[in-house]
Design a protein around this ligand. Structure first.
Ligand SMILES: [Zn+2]
Length: 191
């Protein structure tokens, strides 16, 4: 096998990496009957000087939010000008190894003018947001139709708010609150 082909392989455990004559088995590999095989899901890494191949586990690469990706986060702090969120998983509910800080400016909440973030987003809300920058703190937006709050709790009593049309109301104390909600409100599996 050619070297550039080998380095592009994405291996699963037990899969052949190369024959022993090509490279010696390094970390993440084992040899059986002259065949070097992978012990992990990952990519081969070749040391030409030592003539050794190892397989780096895919999970070694930290999975992080990317520009344009949709993420879920919990709102941790709200000020008039911005809210801070802890981003914990992606659009497919795949959890990140750690949480990332997201910042949501008041100008990114709605297409219409919003004076204070607190009008439409509150601490403890779970938001579905799109990522606008590629380094933390990740700038977020809720502007698109499918984005917004997907779960919220009553500011008075803490009960889970229920969506009726565009409004949220509390089943316990009957108060109503405003949010920029997503159409997926209370229909998300990863909250
Ligand atoms: Zn309530």
């Amino acid at each position: 096998m050619r070297l550039d082909e080998l380095s592009k392989l994405r291996l699963v455990p037990g899969e052949e990496v190369c024959v022993l004559e090509e490279f010696l088995p390094g970390n993440g590999t084992y040899e059986h009957e002259g065949i070097v095989r992978s012990t992990v899901v990952g990519r081969p890494l070749i040391d030409l000087d030592l003539r050794v191949v190892e397989v780096r586990p895919a999970s070694d690469r930290v999975y992080m939010p990317a520009v344009g990706s949709v993420v879920y986060g919990i709102v941790s702090l709200v000020k008039d000008e911005y809210a801070l969120t802890r981003i914990y998983c992606d659009a497919k509910c795949r959890k990140y190894l750690t949480t990332f800080t997201g910042i949501l400016y008041v100008s990114q909440i709605s297409d219409t003018y919003v004076k204070s973030v607190y009008e439409l987003v509150r601490p403890g809300d779970v938001v579905k947001a799109k990522v606008l920058s590629d380094t933390p703190p990740y700038r977020l937006t809720l502007k698109e139709r499918q984005l917004g709050v997907v779960l919220a709790y009553c500011s008075s009593c803490g009960a889970r708010l229920i969506k009726h049309g565009n409004a949220l109301s509390c089943p316990a104390c009957k108060s109503s609150e405003n949010r920029k909600t997503s159409p997926e409100y209370s229909n998300i599996k990863c909250v």
